[in-house]
Design a binder for this molecule. Sequence first.
Ligand code: ZN
Length: 436
Amino acid sequence: MKVHTVGGYEQIGMNMTAVEVEGETVIFDMGYNMEEVIGSDEQIDELTTNQTLKTGAIPRDKELMDKDVRAIVIGHGHLDHVGAIPKLAGAYDCPIICTPFTKKIVENGLEGDRKNINNDIIELENGETYTISDKLELEFIRNNHSIPDSTLSYLKTPEGGVIYGNDMKFDRKPVVGENTDIERLKEAGNEGIKVMIPGTTSVDEPGRVRPEEAVKVELNQLLQNCYNAGGAVFVTTFSSQIQRLNSILEANDGRRKVAFVGRSLKEYTKSAEELDLIDLSEIEVASYYDECEQLMDRIAGEREEWLVIATGNQGEPGSQMDKLASQQYPFRFKKGDHVIFSSRTIPTPPSRANRYQLEKKLKDEGVRLYKNVHTSGHAKKEDHRDFITFLQPENIVPSHGHIQKLGSYVQLAREEGYSLEEDVFIGENGRTIRIE
Ligand SMILES: [Zn+2]
């Protein structure tokens, strides 16, 4: 068995890994590199594949071109896992396999990109299996992450099982959906896992990820305090974090009218509503500039009647939070208003700089800020130890991180009895690891 570590092994983002067994290859994920996309002066949609490759925003997959690729398997809908599909998937004569919510995101992504691809997109629910070939069978195992319908891909091959879990975590008290299917992981472990490919984004943080339920309780109390104090109340979070949006709605508990403001919020929640993952019937949703302007004008006259959820938690220029703070709408923040960041700042220089600017503008108006009301979508060190214990993989190829993250995972694997380059491997973009 060969593991091709194509992308996401020298950065957080741009995930792409391929597993080759007895002449057949399966690709896991085709993501882009958020930082390169955000930092690019050009619209990625407008670029050809070769032009995009030059920006460093998508994985360099040339080495896979002469392989017999049988399937492209997508674990979840975050853009660092699906964003490169419009540029790369068309080169492979095989289906894309993903869960229903992920499929909607893939299709939305293809709509926005002029490059057409002809790959069939096959929906596979968690718990279901799909026969890729005489040799390869795929099962989706239910996984908990910060986006609905996330899955652990379990590829059964003549040489043993492959678990691709990038990204993954446990949440023993989720607000929407269920916890990762621990029983099935243990069974898979007994069936024999030849190699596990885990994401390492938060492996260097000690302990465990706290449950979404804890964030909901925190939000409930925080909203009560803000409502008691009076003033306008805004929350900003990641638009694909449907579970968090539900936490906010449940925490509000009908006390204020709710508005969702921003294009990505509209797109993700519309897809989620179609799958009964959120109820938008009582929510005002605004996306285009005119709609947002009208709604914010109305909210300006009823400041204490609304809870506004807006895009732009990273302070991205042009996002709704940036527009609001830059006074581009009839609404003006006043002293004593509240802004809750139900997110973390992505630790990259551009994100830090954007957030600094946004916070400065808000503080200048006397807005009270609440930060990091959040829990991560990524397993921490002790969660990762559980994955190793449940699956008992013979080999591990940690993914989704630069060398420090991968190294932190190797440290954990050593504690569990693995040895570097013997049964735990550090990938690099473009490396091929042979598993004996
Ligand atoms: Zn993710």
